[in-house]
Design a protein around this ligand. Structure first.
Ligand SMILES: Nc1ncnc2c1ncn2[C@@H]1O[C@H](COP(=O)(O)OP(=O)(O)O)[C@@H](O)[C@H]1O
Ligand SMILES: [Mg+2]
Length: 630
């Protein structure tokens, strides 16, 4: 990318500035701070103009870390804009960033040949811009800027090893290998997951194989059990059939006898004469009635006798005839009394004649009853006999029934055992599971092959991880680059500091045990001074830093048309400064533009071109371009 113009308005301390960037040669940027005479140039806005505005235009952040509304000039408070114009191939590009801008609000805009190609969102546009530049922020601040920042390129020697590696990675584009390694690592992991899954499948297959044996054993044991049951049932059947045969043999004669008994007893019972005692009963009844009737007649006669006696007494006493009602004289009375006496005699005779008849009847009744009683006894005995026979019939019938029931039970049992046996016999004998076993074994073999294949694939991926590791391709690249860095660095250092100091870049540091640790380092050997970087003076270190930074910049010279050195003269003596300027004059021939920022006004006459930032008493900085040596 070739950068042409930088336009700044109300950006941090700067009120308004326009700087040409392409082929400007070596340009000094100094400053005057009128807002506070104590400061002279400090705080004028020098770092703001180029490093910060450039960083902001490209990456949306200043080298100091300011972004968004932080970059608005706090005196004006609005209408901030930073515009960077450059070229790539045939095309012209323009990046415009605005904050609190009356027209453009907080927009970031990108134009190609005056056509806006701004993305849908600021982050999309920022990505587009970064793709366009082709240099990421880290690389930018470590190669294009020799910045004041403590971890910038200017202090490479004192950075921790990890930062050195990072910077080198970004300068040499080694990040791509880290990225590749991440991808390879992820693939190794996913391969491992695949293998774990495969191994689980293998375990499952082994288990299935062992299950075939288990199942075979189980089925065998189960069938042995069935076989035992069959044997038991067969024995049971034999026993029961024997019982079924033995039972009638043993009990049939008895039962037959019982049957005969039933027939015989039934016949006997049928033949039993029914004893009829009604005839005797009737006779007894008749005789009894005769007795009763005679007794009743006697009673009637007794009553008649009493009535005659009563009448007799009445006639004796009364004057009127109780029969005809007329007055009675003695004759009449006598007649009547005699008549009554006659009547009485008649009654008494009748009664007397009935006595022997009654006697007769009672004797006959007695005799008849005797006969009846005898027959009644006979009848009772016959009934007793009948009942006995019936009980015996029942007993015999029960015995027959019992026998038949038992016989049927035995027959049923035989049938039942036969059914059970049939069922047991129908259970098939288990088959050997050799074919199952073979099938699973085949699967296991196939599975082992695929696991070996996966292992190989994983091996390849692990090799890739190694290749992309710091010890792999990266260390090769660094090994290739180290001689170059040493040669360039020492050439620069010789120019800056004479032959007493020497730089030594190394990708491997010798260890006490004779081996090496993979560590990128740069050492400063001072034949006339301390042998550690830190034990050297500020000026010595500054020279070394510059030599290192120039050597490192050599790695990226092709990708930029401008370089900025911010406060590069600090801690250098006059010869040091002259040497640096000489080197930079040499360098600018290939770069095109080098901005050197300094707060020290003494060096201005050493530069052809000069930009002065003037901060007025109100704290607003503006730009004053002019010739050097003024
Ligand atoms: N938002 C801002 N608006 C105005 N001035 C600012 C803002 N932020 C920082 N400054 C001032 O800008 C100056 C820093 O400018 P800088 O370019 O670093 O100085 P130098 O000229 O020393 O490099 C300081 O005086 C600081 O207070
Ligand atoms: Mg500064």
């Amino acid at each position: 990318m070739q950068w042409d113009t930088l336009i700044v308005k109300n950006f941090l301390a700067i009120n308004e500035a326009r700087v040409q960037l392409h082929n400007q040669g070596l340009v000094l940027i100094d400053g005057i701070n009128k807002s506070d005479p104590k400061f002279k140039s400090n705080g004028a806005g020098k770092s703001t103009l180029i490093p910060d505005a450039l960083s902001y235009a490209l990456y949306d952040i200043t080298t100091k870390g300011d972004k968004a509304d932080d970059v608005i000039n706090n005196k004006v408070g609005k209408n901030t804009e930073v515009i960077l114009i450059g070229r790539k191939g045939e095309d012209t590009y323009r990046i415009e960033r605005y904050r609190k801008h009356t027209k453009h609000k907080n927009k970031v805009k990108l134009f190609r040949n005056d056509t806006e190609i701004t993305g849908k969102s600021a982050s999309v546009t920022n990505k587009l811009i970064e793709e366009l530049i082709g240099v990421e922020y880290n690389t930018f601040i470590n190669s294009i800027l020799f910045a004041q920042k403590s971890d910038g390129l200017g202090s490479f020697a004192v950075l921790p090893d990890s930062r050195k590696k990072e910077i080198l990675d970004s300068l040499l584009n080694l990040d791509i290998y880290s990225l590749a390694q991440e991808i390879a690592k992820e693939r190794v992991k996913s391969k491992e997951r695949e293998m774990d899954e495969k191994r689980r499948e293998g375990d499952k297959l082994e288990w299935e194989l062992s299950q075939v044996d288990v199942l075979e054993e189980q089925e065998k044991a189960q069938y042995e059990n069935t076989r035992n049951l069959i044997r038991q049932e067969q024995q049971n059947l034999a026993d029961t059939v024997k019982q079924l045969n033995d039972y009638p043999a043993k009990f049939f004669p008895v039962v037959d006898k019982c049957r005969e008994e039933v027939v015989r007893l039934t016949k006997e019972r049928e033949e039993m004469n029914t004893v009829n005692i009604s005839e005797y009963q009737n006779d007894v009844n008749q005789k009894q009635q005769l007795v009763m009737a005679t007794k009743a007649e006697i009673n009637r006669l007794v009553k008649e006798k009493a009535s005659i006696v009563t009448n007799y007494k009445k006639v004796e006493m009364s004057k009127t005839c109780p029969v005809c009602g007329s007055e009675m004289d003695s004759i009449h009375r006598e007649q009547e009394l005699n008549s009554l006496k006659d009547q009485l005699r008649q009654v008494l005779i009748s009664a007397q004649s009935l006595e022997p008849i009654l006697q007769q009847h009672e004797t006959e009744y007695q005799a008849s009853y005797e006969v009846f009683s005898q027959h009644k006894d006979i009848q009772n005995r016959a009934m007793e006999e009948y009942r006995n026979i019936s009980v015996q019939i029942q007993k015999n019938e029960q015995a027959v029934q019992h026998y038949e029931t038992n016989l049927k039970a035995l027959k049923d049992k035989v049938q039942h055992i036969n059914t059970t046996l049939k069922k047991l016999m129908s259970i098939p004998e288990p088959q050997k599971k050799d074919s199952n076993r073979e099938a699973i074994k085949e699967k296991i073999t196939a599975h082992k092959h695929s696991l070996v294949a996966l292992e190989k694939e994983k091996q390849t991926l692990e090799d890739a991880v190694k290749v992309y590791s710091n010890e792999g391709v990266k260390s090769h690249v660094l090994d290739l680059i180290t001689p170059f860095l040493n040669e360039q660095g020492n050439t620069y250092l010789a120019k800056l500091a004479g032959s007493n100091m020497e730089l030594n870049f190394s990708t491997r540091t010798p260890k006490k045990d004779g081996g090496y640790s993979e560590k990128f380092d740069v050492q400063l050997i001072n034949r006339a001074g301390g042998d550690k970087y830190k034990s050297n003076s500020g000026g010595e270190r500054k020279r070394a830093d510059l030599a290192i930074s120039l050597a490192l910049q050599d790695l990226v010279l092709g990708s930029t048309n401008l370089i900025v050195y911010d406060e590069v003269f600090d801690a250098l003596d006059e010869t040091g400064v002259e040497n640096v300027i000489e080197l930079l004059k040499e360098r600018v021939k290939t770069i095109g533009t080098i901005f050197v920022i300094t707060h020290n006004a003494h060096f201005s006459n050493l530069f052809e071109k000069r930009i002065t930032i003037v901060k007025d008493t109100n704290g607003i900085s503006t730009l004053k371009e002019g010739e050097g040596k003024s």
